[in-house]
Write a new protein. Structure first.
Ligand code: DQA
Length: 145
């Protein structure tokens, strides 16, 4: 079976996972999550391309790249850009590759400014609130698309 290429794009401050507000985001690092995704991806026939940046434009560029590379799906945890970035909304709309919005926490149970998601307005679907498990659930959904 040919491997399905899945981009996993992570936005600002997610490089601090493990140290950053562990009571909200858990104790696993982004590398830990990447390793879990690679392992589950092998079972699901998915090749994982894991990226992180603190810069909005990198996420825009990588969404375009995912399309150009023929990716099967993108998992996107845009961090705080979720709630601010019309550029990411437009980038998702500019590609046809399905984008699944992912969050470790459930933004709807948190501050009001987290209740709006620009990303979610163009995403295929959203998985939030399950900690690191959110990424694995999103990968399983992606593999089925
Ligand atoms: C987050 C939720 C966002 O509101 C926040 O800005 C983050 C992380 C999450 O994974 O729970 O940086 O995307």
């Amino acid at each position: 079976m040919a491997s399905k290429l899945v981009y996993v794009l992570n936005g600002p401050n997610l490089n601090r996972l493990g140290k950053r507000e562990p009571e909200i985001y858990g104790s696993q690092t982004l590398d830990d999550i990447g390793a879990m995704l690679v392992e589950r991806g092998e079972a699901l026939g998915c090749e994982i391309e894991m990226r992180q940046s603190n810069h909005e434009g990198h996420l825009v560029d990588w969404l375009h790249e995912a399309q150009d590379e023929g990716a099967h799906a993108v998992l996107l945890n845009a961090g705080a850009y979720t709630h601010t970035s019309v550029a990411l909304l437009d980038a998702i709309r500019s590609v046809s590759v399905p984008v699944i919005e992912v969050h470790l926490s459930n933004p709807h149970t948190r501050e009001a400014f987290r209740h709006t998601s620009w990303v979610g307005q163009a995403a295929k679907g959203t998985i939030a609130g399950f900690g690191a498990q959110s990424y694995l659930l999103a990968l399983e959904a992606a593999a089925e698309l």
